[in-house]
Design a protein around this ligand. Structure first.
Ligand code: ZN
Length: 127
């Protein structure tokens, strides 16, 4: 199967909007998982910081830092946005497994998000 995305402008734009929406939801879920009481800079990731480097939430904070709504997601390529979404999918999936949810039948925010996300990634031929 080809990994090339259909190139019509309208299709790409619609896809971008759905990806940005899914990323916004995953940012909110990921932020909710980070325990900030031990962070001296309130969850703001600082590249090259020794503290961030040794923190349990390094990956979450780094992802949030790279995918912040103010970091001009609008200007990133579709491929880059899909990479970010793939990372979020693995992250949320691991959480849901840890919580022991029934991914197919569960109606919680995370499980519903996972289904939407998989659907979109399949459609974009990422899965
Ligand atoms: Zn669930």
């Amino acid at each position: 199967m080809s990994r090339t995305l259909p190139l019509t402008f309208g299709y790409q734009n619609a896809m971008r909007e759905r990806i940005l929406e899914l990323l916004a939801q995953s940012r909110a879920m990921m932020r909710g998982q980070i325990e900030l009481h031990e962070c001296s800079h309130n969850g703001n990731f600082i590249p090259d910081s020794k503290e961030c480097d040794q923190c349990d939430y390094e990956f979450e904070c780094q992802w949030l830092y790279n995918n912040d709504e103010f970091v001009a997601l609008e200007r990133k390529t579709l491929e880059t946005l899909l990479d970010s979404l793939e990372f979020a999918l693995y992250y949320v999936d691991a959480q849901v497994v840890r919580w022991g949810h029934d991914k197919r039948g569960c109606h919680c925010e995370a499980c519903a998000w996972l289904r939407d996300c998989r659907h979109l990634l399949r459609e974009s031929q990422r899965l």
